[in-house]
Design a protein around this ligand. Sequence first.
Ligand code: SAM
Ligand code: SF4
Ligand code: F3S
Length: 442
Amino acid sequence: MNGTNPGTRRYYIWSIGCQMNDADTARAAEALERMGFSRVADPRQADVLLLNTCVVRQSAEDRVRGHLASLKSVKRRRPDAFLAVMGCFVHDAAQLQRAYPYVDLFLRPSDVEGFVEAVRARMDSGEALLPPPPAPVSVYVPIIYGCDHFCTYCIVRLRRGRERSRPVEEIVGEVEDWVRRGAREVTLLGQNVDAYGRDLPGRPDLADLLEAVHGVENLWRIRFLTSHPADMTDRIIEAVARLPKVCEHFELPIQSGDDAVLKRMVRGYTVARYRDLVRRIRETVPGVSLATDVIVGFPGETEQQFLNTYRLLEEIRFDVVHVAAYSPRPGTAAARLPDDVPPEEKHRRLRMVEELQERISWEINAQLVGKVVEVLVEGRRQGRWFGRTRTNKLVFFQSPENWMGRLAQVHVAHAGPWSLSGEVTDGLTADPAESAEKTGHH
Ligand code: SAM
Ligand code: SF4
Ligand code: F3S
């Protein structure tokens, strides 16, 4: 790669996993583009290859190993290409290096800086960076790395380490930078975003951070995820209610609706406490939408315990439920328990939750038919503009105008479980927070 002409440098990125990985991948891609690289879909054409990995379930790890194996022949033919592997797959780098000798560099999760430095070190030094490309309408900004919880099924905390919060000023500076480049919405990211700040001097919390980010001019919307039920506070809920730019949406994984299972998962709350939290959120933030995560088939989960989860989902009626079948992960406490719910049974429970939730999401979305929703337009897909409501619902509409990065008032004509569609009635390009009332019209 040394001495390659900036005009002909190519990079390839393969990325799976959560929003944190998406954020890291986007940052790595941008850094490469500023060094003059252009993206290719075929790894055989690339001078730099990055795999950003996930191991949250065995199926994710299998995909990582499969993809890594397929790059062996690519590296054999192009030994001068630079292959880096980052993310939660990377634990014991020395051991991985022995298993995959053709990989040039293993990097811990979120070590984008380490990746960029390594690429720069291999290029001609002293080259000026290209100006940054325009920003997407909606961007992810990590605010806290790692996790201090002890959920017994979870490998994330083993791979991402202890909680580390970024200082408020650093985050605000990054948001200002994104907005200067054209972004209008930020999503503040962390494994437990509501634990933000406990490790910082003066202990600012997520409410303080929301307030600080809210002051960024020309920023229209603020989102945050994922929230841990045991870390959520009234202060944060009130900040969401009070601050006009903060969207009425919480991602609040419940994992199980049975106290005995929650206890074995070491989630740190009971069903009663979760229910009370949902009540407080719904009372304080009118029109709020709620998403959650559920694991079915955790070790020892009986039919009755599963049905407790099922009934709780019927009762709470989340807008979105991400459901996963339990997968034992090496090194976790639950991996020492017998994985005693058979695969077919896990699958049956998974399907039951999916079918229930499809119906509920559909019913909730159907209530929006005939109403006008405000959509921040993020792009075009198959001839239609798309974007999200403040409550995080995906909306499509057709229009000959250029709606990119604008707020569209969309009259909803159709609703499905996963998206809405309709016709645009009016547009706004000014800062909506100046005039709009906080809630009520969503
Ligand atoms: N910190 C967040 C939380 O507390 O839920 C997100 C953690 S993880 C990146 C995202 C989701 O993956 C979890 O909410 C959980 O439902 C699922 N998950 C984690 N470990 C799992 C496992 N061993 N088997 C199945 N699903 C798992
Ligand atoms: Fe994993 Fe639990 Fe931490 Fe979420 S809170 S990352 S599920 S240990
Ligand atoms: Fe996967 Fe790591 Fe995210 S295991 S889900 S990439 S935190």
